[in-house]
Every structure is written in C-alpha cells, then in structure tokens.
Write a protein that binds this ligand. Structure first.
Ligand code: MEV
Length: 322
C-alpha cells in the first residue's frame, strides 16, 4: 500500500507576543512536541481522523468541499497544491497523531498543515521543498487565523529559533537552554480566542499610547537581553526577563486570574522564570526550572493545569519519517 508519514514541531513564543503586533520583536523556538501525519491509499473521499482534536470527517477530492469547518485550512492547502503547484488531488486516508496539545497556543494548526503538505506530496512521489512548504502552510494558516504573522508555520517548517519583527521578517537564531535547566510547557486547558485577546490588548495600548509606548519599547529591549542571556547561558537573567515580559503582558491585559495562579505557583515552586506564551487569557504557560526542581514543580502544578511537558527546544523542522 502507498503510504507516507511526515512530522512537524510545535513552537513557543519565548518573548514578545502581542508587542510584536505593533512593531516590537518577538523570539520564538520549536519544541520537541510534534504533529505526525500519515497519508495512505484509500478509495472514495479524503477521510480525515485526528483523535486528539476530536475530528473525524472528509474532504471531497474533486470539489474540495469538506464535512467539518475545522478542515477548511487543509482544503485550502490542497487547493494551493493543485492550482499553484500542479499536484493531482486523489482520495486518501489521513491520520493525525500528535504529542502537541491542540488549541493551546503552541502552533498545532501550522504543524498539522506543514506535516500534511509534506506527507501528501511525498505520497504523490514529489515531496515539497522547504520554501514551497513554507508558502503552502501559510495558505492554510491564513484560513485558520485570518491575519497570521507567519511565526508558527516558519518554525513548523524550518525548526530552530527565530527573531521576528513585523515588516522586516525573520532572522534565524541558535537557541540553547542554560545548562542544568529545563523548559516546561504547561497547558492550562482553558480555550482562548487569539483574535479577541489581540483586539483587547490593542485597545488598551491605543487608549494609553503615550505611556504604553514605553512598555512596547521595553518588550523589544527584553529580546536583546534575552538573546544575550541565552548566549551566556545565564539562567537567572533569562528567567528574570521571562518574569518581566509576563508582567508587561499582564499590564496590557493579556493575563487572567487562572494564568496568574499558574505563573505564581511556578515561581513559588522554584521556577526562575514563568510567563504566559502565545495570546493569553488561557492556553499555555512556560517556565524555566532547574533540573532538580522539575519533580516538585510537576507535583505542585498538576492539579492546576491539564498537562505539563518537559520539552527540548530548537528541534528540527518538518521532516519525512517514512
Ligand atoms: C499569538 O500566538 C501571538 C500574538 O502575538 C498574535 C500574533 O503575533 O499574531 C498574540
């Protein structure tokens, strides 16, 4: 039976979410939680199953109509493969196996798009190059998120780390955690609506701009200091910058009672730094924790969050597995 399997990593924004929307820089990195997409021969329609996302539906290969709105980004992806890159769209079976939480601000939609595009084109005998994969996955992201910055699919395709400034694009950076420290990703399980949080933060910034401008400048400066802390392996500085960045995010309205409880419990449990990651009001929190404290942190946080992941960062981007 013809079959192809591809995977792509999720991401965390280490610094600068929200502030990036109005021209400050952000620093994002791939994480060792991946979406794996298997494409196999089958008759009839394109059948799609993703147990973690709770989606079991279909796309018609001739019309690209779909049975579940959540498949709209993938239908757009297939349309792009067909109309722009000349691929034939035939019936097949898609199965998604993910270690990456879905809808938790960790880039799962971009990782799905990148891994599916790579698996399907390999299944067709002609896997996309990284440049093509970047464009194809961005088409899916536009349907999923409206006006995406492009951070998520760039990380999903290329892996590693990147500094991004709107209008200037990406600079790839090598990021390694300070020796003896772990990055924990905690999924609160609280669903968030990125668009509403972004709108709220923009309102706060707009109303207070003469003051808020300084907050945005501070957030931008934090990225420089964070790159320096990462370069030097300075965990205390890096963690303190995470705390500072979280405080700024709270100041502009991206945090919540639940997120504050998680962040402060992490700090009390010994994390040198803890902040929300992504849009806020829910989603995920990241923490920098000394290796010897990871078990204690897990114990103290397990009742407050849905899942806790001890991740490697800067991992490889989209790749064929079979
Ligand atoms: C969401 O993951 C990150 C935000 O900065 C929005 C964006 O960059 O498009 C909140």
């Amino acid at each position: 039976m013809r079959r192809a399997l591809a995977s792509a990593p999720g991401k965390v924004i280490l610094f600068g979410e929200h502030f990036v929307v109005k021209g400050s820089r952000s620093l994002a990195v791939s994480i060792s939680l991946r979406v794996r997409t298997i494409v196999e021969e089958s008759g009839g329609k394109i059948s799609f199953i993703s147990p973690l996302a709770g989606v079991e539906s279909w796309i018609d290969p001739a019309t690209l109509k779909y049975g579940d709105q959540r498949l709209a980004p993938l239908a757009r992806l297939l349309e792009y493969l067909r109309d722009v890159l000349g691929y034939r769209i035939e019936a097949h079976r898609v199965r998604v196996e993910s270690s990456l939480p879905v809808g938790a601000g960790l880039g799962s939609s971009a990782s799905l798009a990148a891994s599916y595009a790579l698996a399907y084109t390999a299944f067709q005998g002609s896997p996309l190059s990284r440049e093509e994969l970047l464009k194809a996955s961005f088409e899916a992201e536009k349907v999923a998120h409206g006006n995406p910055s492009g951070v998520d699919n760039t990380i999903a395709v290329y892996g590693g780390g990147l500094v991004y400034r709107r209008g200037e694009g990406f600079k790839r950076v090598n990021i390694r955690l300070p020796p003896g420290y772990k990055l924990l990703v905690l999924d609160t399980g609280i669903p968030r609506n990125t668009r509403s949080v972004v709108e709220h933060v923009l309102n706060v910034a707009g109303m207070t701009w003469e003051a808020a401008e300084h907050v945005y400048k501070a957030a931008d400066k934090i990225v420089d200091l964070a790159l320096q802390a990462l370069e030097e392996g300075n965990a205390l500085l890096l963690g303190t910058l995470m705390n500072l960045n979280h405080g700024l995010l709270n100041a502009v309205g991206a945090s919540s009672m639940e997120l504050e409880r998680v962040v402060f419990t992490l700090r009390r449990s010994g994390a040198v730094g803890a902040k929300l990651t992504g849009a806020g009001w829910g989603g995920s929190v990241i923490a920098l924790v000394g290796e010897e404290l990871v078990d204690r942190v897990r114990e103290n946080l397990s009742s407050l969050v849905k899942s806790i992941h001890d991740v490697d960062i800067g991992v490889e981007g989209a790749r064929l597995e079979e």
